[in-house]
Write a protein of this length. Sequence first.
Length: 417
Amino acid sequence: MSSVLSRLLACAFGLAVAGTPLLAHADGQDFVTIERGRYLATAGDCISCHTAPGGKPFAGGRGIMTPFGVIYTPNITPDRDTGLGTWSNDQFVAAMQHGVGQNGELLYPALPYPYYTKVRRDDLVAIKAYLDTLDPVRNEAPPNGLPFPLNVRTALLGWNMLFFTPGEFKPDAAKSEEWNRGAYLVEGLGHCGACHTPKNQLGGDKTDKVLAGGVLDEWYAPNLGSDLRTGLGAWSVEDIVQYLKTGRNAKSAASGPMAEVVYYSTQHMTDADLKAMATYLKDRPSAPAAPAPKPLPAEDPVMKAGLAVYQDNCSACHVSTGAGIARLFPALKDSAVVQADEVQTLVRIIDQGTRATATKTAPTGPGMPPFNWKLNDVQTAAVITYIRNAWGNAAAPVSAEDVKRIRGRLTDTAATP
C-alpha cells in the first residue's frame, strides 16, 4: 500500500517525471519524501493547532481549551532550543505513536497520539522530514494552565492504561483499498474522533459512541454516523467530498473549528483521498441513538414566539421554509447540527455570529452577524426551539436557562481563516 501511496502523492505534486532524476535535499533527505511529508502534515492539519493567533506558522503557543484547563501547543519548527531541531526520527515517532516526549516525559493527549498511533512510521518520518525544512522560529510555549494534580505528568500513566491502545493501523482485508485508505486517514492522521467522539469525565473517548458527536470549547462537532436525523445518513459520498473540498454543500457550511480544518487541511487534499474518507464514513454503522422526540406543535406558545423571532431576524437568509440558499446560507430544515442533542453551536452562532470558510474553489465566505445585542436569553431559546421543531425537524426544546449557562461559558470564537 505504501508504494501505491507514494505514486499517488508523487503524481499529485507533479514529482514523478519520467526520465528525471530525483532532486536531493542538502542534508540527504530526498525531495519526494519531503513533499510527501508536506502533504501528510497538511492532511493532519498540524498548522492549525501549532500556530498561535498572530504567531509564526508551526511555532506553537496556541492555547487548546480543555475541560481541565488550557494546554499550549509546542513549537514544531526546527529551532534547536524551543522546537524540534535536536529531535531524532525515533523521538518524533515515539511522541506521535506513544505520547512520550524527547526526554521520556509523558505528553498530554491534547496531542492526539491516541489517533496518531495508527499512522505508519514511514509517514511520520516523512512529516518530520518536512518539518525539518521549515524556517526555525524561537518560541517558548507558555506554561500549561492545569490544576494540581493534573499538572503532574505521571498521572498520565493511569490515563494511558485506561484509554490508550497503541498500534499502527491494520487494513481490513474484507474491505476495499479505498475504504482502508479512508479509515487510515479518518482514524489516524485526520484524528476526526478527537472532536467528533464524545468524551467521558476523564477526557477519554466513549468507545461505544465513536464519531457520534462531541463538544469542544462550546462548539458541537456533529455526529458522523449514518443517522438520518442527526448524522450523515442523508449525505451522499459526493456531498461529503464537496463539503471537505469547498467548505460547503447544499446542506451545510463549515464554520468555527471546522472552517480551519477545511481551510488549512482538507481543501488541499487530493480528490481521491477525500473520496476515500467519505466512502469510509458512509460505510460506518451509526452509534445507538435515542428515538427521535415528538416535535412541538406549531400552536405551542414557545413555537409561536420562536416563529416571530425567526421571521424578523432569520428568514431573509434561511428563508421561511428553513431551506436556506444552497452553498450560500445553510439549510436549517433536516440539519443534523440543528437537531443534535447538544445546542452549544447554535447558541454560539446566534450570540457571536460566524463566517463560513473561504476556499480556493469557493472564495466567498458568507457570514452571519451576531445577535447578542438584540436577542435576550428568552428570545434566543425560543428561536432555537422553533428551528429544532419546524419543517419536520424534531428535537428537545431549549430553555432560557440553557442559553444563559452556555453564554456564560463562551470564549471568543477563533478568527475564521
